[in-house]
Every structure is written in C-alpha cells, then in structure tokens.
Design a protein around this ligand. Structure first.
Ligand code: ZN
Ligand code: ZN
Length: 408
C-alpha cells in the first residue's frame, strides 16, 4: 500500500499539476488527510518545487461554526483569505485540492447560512476562480478516503473495511496499480482524445438527449465551441490534468439554447447536502420548473445563487460502460460520480471551451453565448438507455450515444 500511495502522490505532482522547478504548490486538504497531504508535499519538493503551502480545512469545525457563529459572519469574507488564493495564483503557483467531504455533513444546518457564505466566498474569489477556469494556473482535484465519507458509501462495513474498500476503488480509478501510472495515463488520454476529436470534427449545432426516466432535452452548442478531455494547457502550453480521475469529454452549451426536460440519474452532493431524484425543465436556457424528491430547498438555493446559476455551463459525455461506472459504486462525490455518468453543470462555463475564450472580455463571452456565474456545479444525467443525437449545421442527424455509450 505504501508504495502505491507514493506512486499516487508523485502522479498528482507530475501528471496532475505538472510542477515546475522553483514553483510554489498550494495544497487544500482536510485535516483528516494530513498524512497524504505530506506525501504530496514531499513529492513536490522532490520534483523541484520551491515551497509547498497547505491550506487545512476541517469540516466538523466548519459545521460547528455554521451552527454557532454570529449571524453577520456569513456575509463576510476576510480580505487575507482572498489574498491567500489570489496572491499565490499571481505568483504562478500550482493548486492541488483534496476533495473528501462527508456527503451530508451540513444536512441540519440552516441552508440560508450556507447559501450566504457561498455567495460571499464566490464573489470574493471570483478572480481566482476565473484564473483556474481559464487555465492560467495548473490545478488538480483529487480524493482520498475519510472515515465519514467511506462509511456513507459502504454503510454495512466496519470503518476500517470501508476505508480500505474506498482506497482500492480510488486507486483503481486513478490507474495506480502494478505498473507505471504515468504511462497508464498517457494511454488513457490517447483513448479520450479519439472521442474528443470526433466531436470537434462534427461541430454539431444541437445535441438531443432522450431516455426512459423522462429526459427529453435539446442542447444548442455555440459557434466555435471546443470539446476537451484529459490534459489541458496553460497559455504557455504547460500540460496538466484538472481532475483525477477523468473520463469525460466536455464542452459548453449556448447560454440561451437549452430547451426541454432533464432528469437526474445520481444524487448530487452540493456542499454537504444531498439533492436526489430531481427534474428540471428549461426554456431558452433557463430552468423554469424544477422538483426534487430530496433536497428541494437546497436545489432552490443553488438555482437562485445568482442570475446565471439556473443556466447551464457544461455539457459532458461519459459512456455508461466506463471504468468508474463499472465499479457500480455511488460515491456521493461529484469528482467520481460525474466521471461515471454523462452530466451537465449549472452555472459558469469554462472559457477554454470556446475558440479564443481565454482572451475574450466578459462582454464578448456573453455575446458568444458563454454563461458566467459564481457557481459551477455538475449534475449527473447518464443512464444505460440514454440516446444522444447530434444535429449538424446542415441539419443532418448523427447518433452520438446509443444505449448509454458512444454510438458505433
Ligand atoms: Zn465535467
Ligand atoms: Zn464541471
């Protein structure tokens, strides 16, 4: 196990954020993941990093604060915290985030406090997020097990067994096993590239989604949209992988071009709360009707986060028959669940998913049909019977997905 953890830490530093000589690495880590964060830090120093700065977080303390702190603190965001992120980003730091939260940690917290805290942090960190979503810095989101999270996934096992099972699953999804994971990733990326190239060559005007749980949705794609997968690049051409694992081929919908109904296929863990079995109806890009069997109030907060959070910012294709999906584990963690399922995202689109998007002004992006929002939240819609038809600019229809997988 030790050896595999070393490999994983090295993979994150080298293939994930591609650390450069004399660069600073910032690690966002839960305190429970301290051992692994130290391994990542050591691997970064060994790879030539000038320094490693760890931003520890504690979800239990966070919950205590949500319940007990004074009302006004949820409308404030300290300047020094903003400066922390932006300052390091401007110094060309790389960012690794360990995502490993208890999926329902905030279920008894007043949703109004959570929504306000998210809004104020979204506003304060807008420029930082902008930089990340335009690939100005290299960044990588990864996961390792925590006890609470593992027990949510494997409720019938002891803590030790649950954590061990989750480790095995995670290492499998990030291709850390017997051989050289860096090599395995190169191979994986080549496979993803095939689907991406195909989607870019078709340059579809619309994608039409249909399945038996009630999805019947048309997504218009903007002129100049670009499908991406696997590696991404900074403006200087530095390669990195933003999510480990990643199985998706993704682009952006046109802000006002989404119509019809879509039904979720997996629960969505939205900052410590679950939204389950939800259904959304879109008109000209905006959600005009919605319902959820569980978490309706949380879904409402999400859709009302700002003027654009009820519009879409991402369209992503993941075969039903893919390695993560085949594990048949519901992770309650978007990093894994989105890579096991076709998905869409509420909110901000990645500017790099449209031609010249990383250099366009906000007004130009808006004109091109690129959604901008304080949030970007993926939700899963893939099923084993999902059909997607692509419509070209000439009106020709092409099967993109059949029975949940890429056609042909
Ligand atoms: Zn995605
Ligand atoms: Zn996304």
């Amino acid at each position: 196990m030790n050896e595999r953890l070393e490999k994983y830490a090295k993979l994150i530093v080298k293939t994930g954020v591609n650390i450069q000589k004399n660069q600073i690495l910032v690690i966002n880590s839960p305190i429970e993941c301290a051992d692994f964060a130290r391994r990542v830090a050591e691997a970064a120093y060994d790879a030539g990093a000038k320094d490693v700065v760890v931003n520890w977080n504690d979800e239990i303390l966070n919950k205590i604060r949500f319940n007990k702190a004074a009302e006004e603190v949820f409308d404030e965001f300290p300047e020094w915290r903003k400066e922390f992120y932006l300052g390091y980003a401007r110094q060309d730091a790389a960012f690794v985030s360990i995502a490993a939260s208890d999926p329902e940690i905030l279920k008894d917290v007043n949703p109004d406090r959570i929504a306000r805290a998210q809004k104020v942090s979204g506003n304060a960190l807008k420029e930082y997020r902008e930089r990340m979503m335009s690939n100005k810095n290299t960044w990588c989101v990864v996961s390792i097990p925590t006890k609470a999270w593992a027990q949510k996934i494997f409720p019938n096992d002891s803590v030790e067994v649950a954590v061990d099972k989750l480790w095995q699953a995670i290492l499998q999804t990030v291709r850390v096993g017997e051989g050289d994971p860096v090599e395995a990733w190169a191979k994986h990326q080549a496979a993803l590239k095939k689907s991406k190239d195909k989607m870019n060559a078709y340059n579809f005007k619309y994608l039409k989604y249909k399945n038996s749980i009630g999805t019947d949705l048309t997504v218009e794609l903007p002129e100049g949209h670009i499908w991406l997968s696997g590696a991404e690049y900074t403006p200087e051409g530095r390669e990195f992988i933003a999510n480990m694992p990643t199985e998706e081929v993704f682009s952006m919908p046109k802000r006002n071009g989404v119509n019809g109904t879509v039904v979720s296929s997996k629960p969505l863990n939205y900052h410590g709360n679950l939204i389950e079995n939800f259904k959304l109806t879109f008109k000209d890009g905006k959600v005009v009707e919605y319902s959820a069997e569980k978490g309706q109030a949380i879904l409402q907060k999400l859709l009302e986060a700002d003027d654009s959070s009820s519009y879409l910012g991402e369209v992503a294709l993941v075969p039903y028959d893919s390695p993560i999906s085949n594990l048949d584990i519901l992770f309650y963690n978007t990093l894994f669940d989105e890579n096991a399922s076709c998905h869409l995202a509420f909110g901000k689109a990645y500017p790099v998913c449209i031609k010249d998007g990383d250099t366009m002004s906000p007004a130009e992006l808006e004109k091109a049909g690129v959604n901008d929002s304080l949030i970007h939240e993926d939700f899963m819609i893939g099923t084993e019977d999902l059909e997607i038809i692509g419509v070209t600019h000439e009106g020709k229809e092409v099967a993109v997905f059949k029975n949940g997988n890429f056609a042909e």
